[in-house]
Design a protein around this ligand. Structure first.
Ligand code: NAD
Length: 334
């Protein structure tokens, strides 16, 4: 069977997902949710979604009566994910939600609970967790190829353009670079090292307080400590370009990914040479894999269930607390 997906929020990233889904074997677009009638018509015509499966933000609860929709992929500004996913669950549909899962760990947990209660799946759009070069590095680390892992470095960032975009609006974004791009370094540290952090410390630099208002972080440097003694040193920025690099160091070898999280191709090499897995379109691979998780109960090698997103939000909150207090924060991700 094929996973029949309604896309919610027809913006820039949804466009990329929609195009990528044209190459999916297991997933297809069967519904659209948007506040803009002209987009519903344009996208509906293009992706052959009938008018009866086009909804707006006021009436999308009616998907509950639509047998052509199995899941909704929420691709709206961060602060909206919480209420939208809870409504999707209440309609009895599976939810796929973009990162960050929500704008707080508390809201994220409420989403996890709502989906559990409704007996639907909640998956987070962490596309790197399906990317072949990334998975190969993870596999090599798991075989012991790199020995005992001691250090991870993650650099993620770009210069955020238009100052009026929702990404620079705390109410819609929940924060700044950390919520949007720093989250890749956090998430990457966890799958590259293969452990969850037990402490963080962080420092913020703000050079442009007009563009990056109170609560919207421009650049944050942070460190994380892991149970084995491994440490991570990361940088998240909305004001530095070309930051897309992971480095993992063990006592017998290393892995480097550069680019590490961009849309691709992802390039990886270890102390032994290039990884060189062929490029796949991330969102195509992700949606086929998610169809298999939802329809067949397949367990992905790197989990993408909602709880992973809640844990990343707990880490982000601790990073923000450390920036404020100047103190190291201990973490218990449960
Ligand atoms: P975007 O601004 O291009 O699109 C957002 C869409 O939401 C627009 O169509 C907008 O009309 C709609 N929207 C609905 N209600 C809105 C409201 N109240 N205010 C503003 N817009 C509203 O943003 P995007 O880049 O598509 O990001 C959407 C989500 O996808 C975010 O959560 C983002 O973090 C995530 N994202 C993920 C990736 C990835 O690689 N996984 C990449 C880009 C974006």
């Amino acid at each position: 069977p094929v996973l029949r997906v309604a896309l919610m929020g027809l913006g820039g990233y949804a466009q990329r997902v929609a195009e990528a889904m044209q190459s999916c074997k297991r997933a297809k677009i069967t519904g659209l949710i948007s506040g803009t009638p002209s987009k519903l018509k344009e996208w509906g015509d293009k992706y052959k979604v009938p008018e009866t499966s086009r909804y707006n933000y006021d009436n999308f609860d009616k998907i509950k009566d639509n047998p052509e929709i199995d899941a909704v992929y929420v691709i709206t500004p961060n602060a909206l994910h919480h209420d939208q996913v809870i409504r999707v669950a209440a309609a009895g549909k599976h939810a796929i939600c973009e990162k960050p899962l929500a704008i707080s760990a508390k809201e994220g947990q409420e989403m996890v609970d709502a989906c559990a209660k409704a007996n639907v799946k909640l998956l987070i759009g962490y596309r790197m967790r399906f990317e072949p070069n990334t998975l190969e590095v993870v596999r090599l680390r798991e075989t012991g190829e790199m020995g005992k892992i001691k250090f991870f470095q993650g650099q993620t960032g770009f210069v955020a353009g238009d100052p009026s975009q929702w990404r620079l609006n705390k109410a819609l974004a929940g924060g700044g670079s950390m919520m949007d791009i720093g989250i890749y370094a956090i998430n990457g540290a966890r799958y590259m090292i293969g452990e969850d952090p037990i402490w963080v410390s962080a420092q913020e630099t703000k050079t442009d307080p007009v563009k990056f208002k109170e609560g919207v972080d421009e650049t944050i440097q942070f460190e994380m400590g892991f149970p084995s003694g491994a440490v991570a040193s990361c940088l998240s920025s909305y004001n530095i370009n070309h930051l897309d690099r992971f480095f993992l160091s063990g006592d017998k070898g290393f892995a480097e990914m550069w680019p590490s999280t961009g849309y691709g191709p992802i390039k990886g090499r270890t102390h032994k040479g290039d990884i060189g897995k062929p490029h796949t379109i991330h969102q195509t691979t992700q949606m086929d894999a998610m169809a298999s998780i939802i329809l067949d109960g397949t367990k992905p090698h790197l989990p993408v269930d909602g709880i992973v997103g809640v844990q990343d939000l707990k880490i982000i909150e601790a990073i923000y607390a450390s920036c404020k207090t100047g103190k190291r924060q201990t973490l218990d991700l449960g």
